[in-house]
Design a binder for this molecule. Sequence first.
Ligand code: ATP
Length: 307
Amino acid sequence: MFLELKNTAVGYKTPLIRGIETDLDLGEICLLIGNNGVGKTTLIKSILNQTSLISGDILLDGKNIKTLSNKEIAERVAVVFSKSQIPANYTLTDLVSLGKYIHYPYYFELNAQDQNEVDEIIESLHLNQYRHFPLQKLSDGNLQKAFIGRALAQNSPMIILDEPTTHLDEENKIVILKLLRKLAKTRNKLILFSSHDWRLAKEFADRIWLINEETLDAGITEDILLKHDELLNPKIFHFTDSFVPPQIIAPILQKEMLYSFLQKNTSKNLSSIKFEFKDGFWLISGDNFQQKCFSFNEVSDLIANIG
Ligand SMILES: Nc1ncnc2c1ncn2[C@@H]1O[C@H](COP(=O)(O)OP(=O)(O)OP(=O)(O)O)[C@@H](O)[C@H]1O
């Protein structure tokens, strides 16, 4: 296992998370989720040995992090924080190139191979047109991508990203997620990715680390989602208290949409009504009626008239 946490407690004066006993291997993507302030960033800093452990041990590549120098940690893990300091007078290419310098004995011009790799990274992040931009002039999203570029250039087996998609629009979020998944699966990288957006989990993550009530619940994504079904069904408004569903015969997506629509819009008992979706419309049947609806707008009118 590349990363092992052994009976670890992390925090400051008092523990934020206790009794962590888990590991991750190369080639895996793990999503770290939990509410504000539960200790996600603290856990990340602890893995990087930037914050002392309260108890227990963390092993990186089989070695206790306490025995590794900063350079040895950087050779194993690259990191992107959501708020990073911007080096003054740097262009985007300079920042991405910085990732390479841990592999040089002192600051020196990059060799041709490393220069090519930096160019490829900038291209893969769709940042070509900004390569000579001063960092101060980049948008928050492009700056975030540039920091991700620096982490990729570092070429370490593990990459940790702390809420990296915060400033990104949907299109750029997808560019980053696809790139990270490709790196994990084709180049055997271990990715630990903290986010509030648990909706990423199903498609993106192999594993979840969920911080809840001072403990870390770790496992295969689908096991954790089933165990914590509040993640999948937040039940913010408790619609189901008064809602009695109809009989529904429809493909999964249409069924889900109908359910969502009816829960929000009616508290009527619909158990004697049948909704069947076929050939692009809903066929709705009751004791003394049958009607076709081609949209939820039409379903809405029909429901309003049901006694
Ligand atoms: N250096 C520090 N010394 C003492 N307490 C700290 C320090 N840094 C953070 N904390 C506290 O530790 C708690 C957890 O903070 P942390 O940033 O790890 O949470 P988080 O899960 O990453 O939160 P968010 O989702 O809001 O980013 C917070 O209450 C925070 O105020």
